[in-house]
Design a protein around this ligand. Sequence first.
Ligand code: ATP
Ligand code: MG
Length: 470
Amino acid sequence: MIEHLQDKIFTTISEIADKHQQACYVIGGYVRDLLLKRPSKDIDIVVVGSGIELAGRVAKKTGKNTHLSVFKNFGTAQVKTPVYEIEFVGARKESYQRDSRKPVVEDGTLEDDQNRRDFTINALAICLNKDHYGELIDPFNGLTDLKNQVIRTPLNPDITFSDDPLRMMRAVRFAAQLGFYIEVNTFEAIGRNKERINIISKERVADELNKIILSPKPSVGFILLEKSGLLKLIFPELDDLRGVETKDGVGHKDNFYHTIAVLDNLSEHSDNLWLRWSALLHDVGKTRTKRFDKKLGWTFHNHEFTGMKMLPDIFKKMKLPMNEKMKYTQKMVLLHMRPIVLSEEEITDSAVRRLLFDAGDDIDDLMLLCEADITSKNREKVKRYKGNFQIVRRKLKEIEEKDRIRNFQPPVKGDEIMQLFNLPACSLVGEIKMKIKDAILDGIIPNEYDAAYKYMINIAAEMGISPTTK
Ligand code: ATP
Ligand code: MG
């Protein structure tokens, strides 16, 4: 352990704590991550006594590149060095009331402080005082759980989760992030206490959900959310996708399991949070568009459009950002069928240009999503789809190099049309612009000014409009 604690910051804290005869420990996530060899820059220090005082002394010693913030109300302080963010807190004992996750706090011992931690692997402490420097204090066998990759509450899980229900989300999040198992008693307690999640703010739930989505294999987290019953409470629209219906002996695939498989596929190729959200939401419209047709079997016509329309409500309810991130996600959901349709048909240049125009700079993200959407078990089918996508990608590249549609700017601007034909700002101007755009996308004229100008004069004449003579 000692070799991990050679960094100057730890020896500085150690010297100061010893000088003031305060027992002092590194605790929680930093210790866990140290043992897992996941280097982290966030350090939590617990001191038996005042965390704020110790932080002040450490900040003074570490000098001018250090920033100290004190949170008197919480009894904590943060020291920010160019490398680390160190939280200092006095050891505390917590007790909870039923309607809040805000505990009543009083001063306590290290043991009290370890008792208030959420999981055994998060309750590990390392002593920083000289006499016991580097000694691991592990009252709940957290080290064994770390080795066995187990998430378990230190005390009765029903009490731990009922006290602070956010811990249920954290359990699932750690399982997904670290690839650990939730111990069976702990997991069953989540099922019993799931309704308590309602006292947690939507923002906190969304933070944990984002961490699950950003984990290496997010389906691990979503399966646990589903199995524990949390999913229905925090994200009913995703839960609604679950299940298979059969009619006349014809079933459809389970859209929940399909969705999380798509998310896993995508996660192998992209860490973009909002592209991952797009994968999670790409089929969300299927619940509302599902129909059974005697000839066609199960259909989900226009589910991409319905899904796109559902997003603002979902984002608002879950307190996700209602800004360009949502717009981007809507665009991905709306367009997610386009490359697939394209790959199944004779690929025309015009269809490729229209896709480039609609997707713009997000075309590469869209292609990643579409490739991730191939989850068929039929190998031949997968091979054929992948092959077709290669063709689509090649076409996209060719056309983009030739026609530069991705960031399409109309070669003739509205102002110029208005001036030339002496028109006010009216729908005619829009119509002319649209016809020019369509002509370019359909390959009737190249994406160039001179060609567009000539074409404009012709279509205007057809519409009975001619340029004013100067
Ligand atoms: P990460 O930093 O990846 O989010 P972490 O475990 O370090 O994971 P922090 O929020 O940084 O999480 O918290 C640091 C430590 O504080 C945890 O390791 C745990 O010991 C304790 N802790 C955090 N949140 C809770 C909670 N809701 N209930 C009990 N203990 C908690
Ligand atoms: Mg942390």
